[in-house]
Design a protein around this ligand. Structure first.
Ligand code: HEC
Length: 458
């Protein structure tokens, strides 16, 4: 049965292959191009408006003219990527997750000296040591990627390596290495998106001190984990502790853990004792005559039996993800050719026999639309292919099917190619399934900013 269907599918693909339009080698050219004039033979550093830093040594550019122009186009946000019609597929149809793409070009007659390449720093708030540099080539109306040069070991990469070692040494007895599942303590995947850095530093150094001081979040955690005491790490320095969290973030991204799949304690019931102290339920303190806690570690029974109304503080997701150094982090690498560049990691999205995704929508003018699938919270972008009232998720016509993970939440978005403030959009949330990936799309009017949010949502 399966075999027969595969055969039919192949025949169908072949029949489609025969009636495809000519491939045109260009992206949509909607992103702004920034031009910089550089004096040949000079030591020059340029910073684009999107924060990409390019360094040219005096030997880097080979040209007859004295001055050359360098043109840069950046697609760092997911919305920029999809507006330009870019995908995150390799030439082999593997799924990548992008940390940022850009295009480097020159209208001048100039070559890059491979012995003195351009040094690139690509800013990103998603740093992972699993990332690699890919170069792009135009395939149809999109760009497909191939792994190329390695990333340089930058300062942040060295910190992450140190953090990995400390995490292994001090935390993995109680916190799961896979960052997704609980152990003696909670799973820690993507935690820097949920807790303030100041809380993380203080809690890691000495959680019992925070609890004694009446920090409501520390109290709630302690209570939720049956009053189990986390080891203190008073001897670790601030940079050492922060490197652990940089490692946790790097490893979470490498493992494809999105913030949406992690749940962290966000509220609990606490008691207020007779002196107005907030306490975890079931904990008794000793007090002096003035009502100050005098013994918070031994928790001797004081004889007080008082049940005040519980308070239920809430701990919303932290917006303070700044690193201790307060500096932007960069992916650093060298390049010696003009063209498309992309820092990505392989999503390793393997699953066996997955049937094709089909999205039905009759359009008079499909050329007017830009269709793609995007993983929730991740820059994994797959262009949709239109044929006679149906959009398909394929790695180009006549090519192999794309390998999807068994369960992944995706957004299917079809948006009108326009600069207007309102545009026609069809969108759908889907979870990949082994079969029956048959859906209907419907167009609606949407404000541009809503569409940007749909695509960029963190
Ligand atoms: C002895 C076991 C143990 C060790 C070792 C340990 N933890 Fe914990 N950790 C816990 C427990 C249990 C909790 C739950 C809170 C509580 O009981 O105080 C916790 C909670 C946490 C939390 C709070 C999570 C949240 O929801 O905000 C963070 C962050 C944390 N640990 C980080 C670390 C780091 C980093 C290390 C290594 C330097 C570490 N822990 C080592 C047991 C441990």
């Amino acid at each position: 049965m399966k075999k027969q269907r595969t055969l039919l599918w192949l025949l169908f693909l072949l029949s489609l292959g025969a009636c495809q339009p000519e491939e045109t080698a260009s992206t949509k050219n909607v992103l702004p191009i920034e031009s910089f004039e550089i004096k040949v033979g000079s030591d020059t550093t340029i910073t684009t408006s999107r924060g990409i830093i390019l360094h040219f040594s005096p030997q880097t550019l080979i040209a007859k003219e004295e001055k050359v122009t360098i043109a840069v186009k950046a697609a760092l946000s997911r919305f920029e990527m999809v507006s330009e019609g870019l995908s995150s597929l390799t030439t082999e149809g593997e799924l990548l997750e992008s940390m940022g793409m850009f295009h480097l070009d020159s209208p001048s007659e100039v070559q890059i000296n491979a012995a003195y390449p351009i040094q690139v720093k690509l800013p990103s708030d998603k740093m992972t040591t699993a990332a690699k540099v890919f170069t792009g080539s135009n395939v149809g109306k999109t760009v497909k990627w191939e792994e190329s040069t390695a990333l340089d070991s930058s300062a942040v990469f060295r910190r992450i390596a140190q953090g990995a070692q400390l995490f292994d040494q001090y935390c993995t007895n109680c916190h799961n290495l896979n960052l997704r599942d609980q152990l003696t303590g909670p799973a820690l995947g993507r935690i820097t998106s949920f807790r303030d850095s100041s809380f993380l530093m203080a809690f890691t150094r000495n959680s019992q001190q925070l609890i004694a001081a009446g920090d409501t979040l520390a109290l709630c955690l302690f209570q939720a984990w049956n009053n189990s005491v986390m080891t203190s790490f008073d001897s670790l320095s601030d940079p050492q502790i922060w490197s652990i969290y940089e490692y946790i973030e790097s490893e979470s991204i490498a493992r494809g853990i999105s913030t949406s799949e992690m749940t962290y304690l966000d509220t609990c019931d606490l008691n207020i004792d007779p002196f107005g102290h907030t306490t975890a339920q079931g904990i008794e303190y000793s007090y002096d005559a003035n009502g100050n806690i005098i013994d918070s570690t031994n928790r001797t029974d004081t004889g007080y039996r008082y049940t005040p109304p519980p308070v239920s503080p809430s701990f919303p997701r932290s917006s303070n993800r700044s690193t201790l150094s307060q500096q932007l982090d960069y992916y650093e690498f060298d390049l010696s050719e003009f063209g498309w560049y992309n820092v990505d990691l392989y999503t390793n999205a393997e699953v066996g026999e997955i049937e094709n995704f089909k999205f039905k929508l009759e359009l008079d003018d499909p050329e007017r639309f830009n269709g793609f699938a995007i993983f929730r919270h991740r820059a994994v972008i797959i262009p949709l292919q239109y044929y006679e009232g149906v959009y398909y998720l394929l790695n180009g016509w006549g090519k192999e099917k794309i390998k999807f993970p068994e369960t992944i939440s995706m957004r299917i978005i079809l948006m009108e190619d326009t600069e207007a403030d309102e545009l026609e959009v069809a969108y759908l949330e889907v979870v990949s399934q082994l079969e029956d990936n048959d859906y209907e799309l419907e167009l609606e009017q949407m404000k541009k900013e809503e569409v940007v949010w749909l695509v960029n949502e963190e």
